[in-house]
Design a protein around this ligand. Structure first.
Ligand code: 2P0
Length: 331
């Protein structure tokens, strides 16, 4: 262990991401660094304007890591996830010192969007840089972010991102495909069952889990190939299949996991209506919560947003576009 540590502050900003092809299930983990290895490959896009900013410094005089999020000190399970990530940074850098962490979410609290991806990505990026392990913007930061939260591995990179191993990787830059994402918020409450518990319960008790894992590589390849040829219709088809299969798999767990609310289904039906009316290309996805995210070409975004805002039960609409990767600054 070394006693001398970097005494500056590192600030990182990372954006949230949404999966088009879903991560739902973990590979068996033996060692701590194998935490959250995915059982299935996923494909995501980074979302502009929805981010977490985190500052990290060494605090050699402290007894343990201390982490504040939006001014509140973390304890229990949320703190334990950060400590697991920071332990890996200490192990790799051979530094024993605790860290002091301050984090602020710039994801609207009413959005019901998971900010663990942006939060853990920003934490990993800043800690990697602070510990002298590299830029904080590459493969190592992605591996370490994954320990905090699986989907955070993808938030290190901007644009279109694949995650099918220990770290995520950039597939295409943000302007590869001109799309917008309309988020229809139907319920801003915290989800009743967290995705980590839900994923594990699905693996342990859903008879559909085996089929989900078996089909995952084909759906992933289908999505990546459609994206490569800028085929939004093909990408949407793979995205909706992955979404439906993920939720079907979770619904088959004991006790069953159901994230959908009546307005979620109303939004999906409206998307299907707009599509069958003929002149719009658009598709929907849902994650571990009731809000619906709709992908459409950038130039159609206002029309889609206005239509979805009128669906019964939609409380609020957010609009985003493909975003940048993590940004790291040393002060
Ligand atoms: C995803 N989700 O690919 C999937 C789709 C939700 C539905 O990744 O246990 O917070 O920390 O690895 O990453 C949400 O789960 O779970 C998620 P952990 P995470 O975006």
């Amino acid at each position: 262990m070394v006693d001398l540590v970097f005494d500056g502050v590192v600030v990182a900003k990372a954006q949230v991401n949404i999966a088009l092809i879903k991560y739902w299930g973990k590979a068996p983990a033996g060692r701590p660094e194998e935490t959250n290895l995915p059982a299935v490959p996923s494909l995501s896009v980074s979302l502009d304007g929805l981010w977490t900013e985190t500052s990290v410094r060494f605090d050699p005089d402290a007894a343990t890591d201390h982490v504040t999020l939006d001014g509140e000190r973390l304890e229990g399970e949320p703190l334990a996830r950060c400590v697991a990530l920071l332990d890996r940074v200490r192990e790799l850098s051979d530094v024993a010192s605790p860290f002091a962490v301050q984090s602020t979410n710039h994801v609207p609290t009413a959005a019901g969007l998971a900010s663990s991806a942006s939060g853990m990505a920003a934490l990993a990026a800043a800690a990697v840089r602070c510990a002298g392990l590299g830029s904080g913007t590459g493969e190592l930061a992605s591996r370490i972010a994954r320990i905090g939260s699986g989907s955070a591995a993808r938030s290190i990179f901007g644009g279109w991102v694949a995650w099918d191993g220990p770290a995520a990787r950039s597939l295409f830059p943000r302007d590869h495909l001109d799309v917008a994402v309309v988020i229809a918020i139907v319920d801003a409450e915290r989800k009743t069952i967290g995705s980590r518990i839900a994923m594990n319960r699905t693996r342990e008790s859903s008879p559909f889990y085996k089929g989900w894992v078996e089909q995952s590589q084909d759906t992933f390849v289908e999505g990546c190939e459609a994206l490569e040829r800028r085929d939004l219709v093909g990408l949407i088809s793979a995205m909706e299949a992955s979404t439906m299969r993920m939720h079907a798999c979770a619904m088959g767990a004991r006790p069953p996991i159901l994230y959908w609310k009546p307005p979620s289904l109303a939004v999906i039906e409206q998307v299907q209506r707009l599509r069958s009316d003929g002149d719009l290309v658009l598709g929907w996805t849902m994650d571990a919560g009731p809000n619906v995210k709709v992908l459409c070409p950038g130039h159609d975004v206002q029309r889609v947003a206005d239509t979805l805002a009128r669906v019964d039960g939609v409380q609020r609409i957010l609009i985003s576009r493909p975003g940048r990767g993590v940004f790291v600054d040393v002060r």
